[in-house]
Design a protein around this ligand. Structure first.
Ligand code: NAD
Length: 289
């Protein structure tokens, strides 16, 4: 099975390299021509498209994925599975799936959780939407790049799972940061709050494994000056995708909306390019009103 990988950024490159390490023939393509890698890079998009059985995309947003898919189908490359691992809006996912279907191409939406470390270590979680038979066929590839691949249902379900998961994550990171902010003001030792809550009903991933307080719990971006990790910019993108979907479906998600607004503010308060746990130092500097 020959694999093409489009989008060799922070996530795509280590994912593609892991596939090659596992013995697959991988060719990469990116508009950035200065990529330092062991995998073969194609300089021509047309040549790149000719002989790959499976095509992965790992691109910034729906705009880039739609443009790339349009080019692929225009070049009439058929009989292959195209897997989009980017986090994008459900509307774009549906339209690229429709477009591909017209050209007898199969698509799966397969966004990931686990960040850059998960991509490097091959421990990502894939949430996958689309045809189940296509999912079963390419599952071994997900198992190389990740620790778990979950089939979520029809096309778009992978993106739906991703945005719901990240809405939980954004809200819970804000909740954990509020608890540390209050603890500081009322004189409760951070270590004690961590010890109690990580073993009590306040326990959650944002606290137990990704504490926003430096020196508390396992090593996290907070211990490295809030270098990402998972950036506030990407969290804002995911919360905005969730709010677009909530608006389109008239869903009541008040905390998701507020979380998005908090990350919008964070961008103006030094959060751009910082890890999404940077919400704690910003909160701890603020007063109540
Ligand atoms: P990135 O910006 O590092 O990489 C994107 C790559 O796509 C870049 O190398 C860029 O040159 C390339 N690219 C852009 N347009 C292109 C085109 N038309 N043709 C070919 N290449 C093109 O982004 P990333 O951090 O790797 O994230 C990729 C996707 O994964 C995003 O949708 C993001 O939301 C999602 N994601 C990221 C993380 C994370 O922690 N970084 C975690 C989970 C999901």
């Amino acid at each position: 099975m020959k694999i093409g990988f489009i989008g060799l950024g922070n996530m795509g490159l280590p994912m593609a390299e892991n596939l090659q390490k596992a013995g697959y023939e991988v060719t990469g393509f990116d508009i950035n021509k200065n990529i330092n890698t062991v995998i073969k890079i194609s300089n021509s998009f047309e040549n790149f498209l000719i002989d790959n059985d499976v095509l992965f995309t790992m691109l910034p947003s729906g705009k880039e994925v739609s443009a790339v898919y349009k080019e692929i189908v225009e070049k009439s490359i058929s009989s292959r599975i195209m897997i989009d691992c980017s986090t994008i809006d459900i509307k774009s996912t549906h339209s690229i799936a429709e477009l591909a279907k017209k050209h007898r191409l199969q698509t799966l939406d397969a966004p990931v959780s686990g960040g850059v470390v998960g991509a490097k270590d091959g421990t990502l979680t894939f949430m996958v939407g689309g045809d189940q038979k296509a999912f079963e066929k390419v599952k071994p590839l997900f198992e190389i790049m990740g620790k778990k691949a979950i089939y979520c249902g029809k096309s778009g379900s992978g993106q739906a799972a991703k945005m719901c998961n990240n809405m939980i994550l954004g809200i819970s990171m804000i909740g954990v940061s509020e608890a540390f902010t209050l603890a500081e003001k009322i004189g409760l030792d951070f270590e004690k709050l961590f010890e109690v809550s990580s073993n009590s009903s306040g326990s959650c991933w944002a606290l137990n494994t990704y504490s926003p307080a430096p020196g508390i719990g396992p090593k996290t971006p907070a211990d490295n000056n809030y270098e990402p990790g998972f950036s506030s910019d990407l969290m804002l993108k995911d919360l905005s995708l969730a709010q677009n979907a909530a608006e389109q479906t008239n869903s009541h998600t008040p905390l998701g909306l507020h979380a998005m607004q908090i990350y919008e503010e964070l961008m103006k308060e030094g959060g751009q390019g910082k890890d999404f746990s940077y919400v704690l130092p910003v909160f701890s500097k603020k007063s109540r009103n």
